[in-house]
Design a protein around this ligand. Sequence first.
Ligand SMILES: [Zn+2]
Length: 418
Amino acid sequence: MSALSFQLLTSADQPLRRGLLAVAGKPSIATPNCLLSTVRGAVPHLTPDMLARTGVHALQISLDHFADRKPSALELFPGGIGKFLNVEDYMVVCDLMETAGKEPDMSCSEKYMNLRTLAGHRKVSAKEYAEMARACDPDVCVAPCDPIWAAEAAPTQSRAHKASRRTVKFLDIFLQEMHGKPVLAVLQGSHYVNERVQSATESSKRAVDGYALHLRGLERPASVADDAETPDLLTLLRSSTDHTPATRPRFAYGVSSIVQVLEAVRAGVDMFDSAFVNWATEQGHALHLCIGSEVDGPATYDVIDLWSSDRRREFQPFVSGCECFACARHTRAYCYHLLQTHEMLAHVLLMCHNSYQYSRFFAQLRGHIEAGTFDGAYTAFVAAYENWKATAPKATTSPRPAVPTFGTMVPTAERTAQ
Ligand SMILES: [Zn+2]
């Protein structure tokens, strides 16, 4: 029997849903909710005690970050990945893909996934990935896939079809090798509704515990004009979720904006990674996310650029009323000073604040779904977001660090790991 359970708290025919995701011995997670993305097993900038203050109880860990050695230290450690990384109180979701970067960190052939590791490229079959996953023993593992989510040009339907076919083939091998451990099937199809339906239908025939969808691949590609008749995000997501059982959880990967989260919640997605939050933090941005309520105030979307010299004399919290560790103790002016002097504490405070805001936003979402007021709140928040886009100041010319995704750590002179 699977160790992962999902209890749907709303009617199965209702697209807006709340649920309870649970793993034995760990805190249950009310959905919709988020999991924090990690780099080599750690949430960037956060120590365990700071991580505990974010209010998040699930982590996304990419096993390819440890694939530079074979077997990796993770596989050799007898207590499992949770104990190895000192995150035993968190639900650990493992996968084989980097979602925080702008480009996929692996390519694919009929038999292998070509991973980019610290020591160079490494070919891994679905069977080898299952061996890694079994040794690491996470709470949930995302099945292997043929990634196409960040292609420069729009993927053709032929490419999308091939990716779906390979993904189902990998899934079958993976399920056979995982011996009943909880597995999420990856739903493919890119921008093609019929391909998405087919991928979801095929995956639903398998005994999986849930599903994973890539949001990043659904952004309109640069090569497609704005007026092209590309289905909108909600239509694409529903073409997947409508063809999977409502009783199983759905995870979204590669979240690049908060509006994507809202659209995916409308399509019935339950869990979201934090790629968007990690990027905001690395850019020196403090997020203000409020979907709006009598308690929390009006719908608000704001991005406070702490590199801007406007912050020099702002002796106030990042966001007034925010109850995070950073806002309770420090000011925008202090964080501006920390960024200018390249102090690591700047990003610690920003990550603490942004993760808390993200987690809090999901709590507000759940409240609106429970109260039946989601639609009004959605409209108000999207209006606030569009208003911010129209009026937000242009980026400053202040120096900023390069965003340290895992891929940037790959040495220039790559060598083959095996
Ligand atoms: Zn805060």
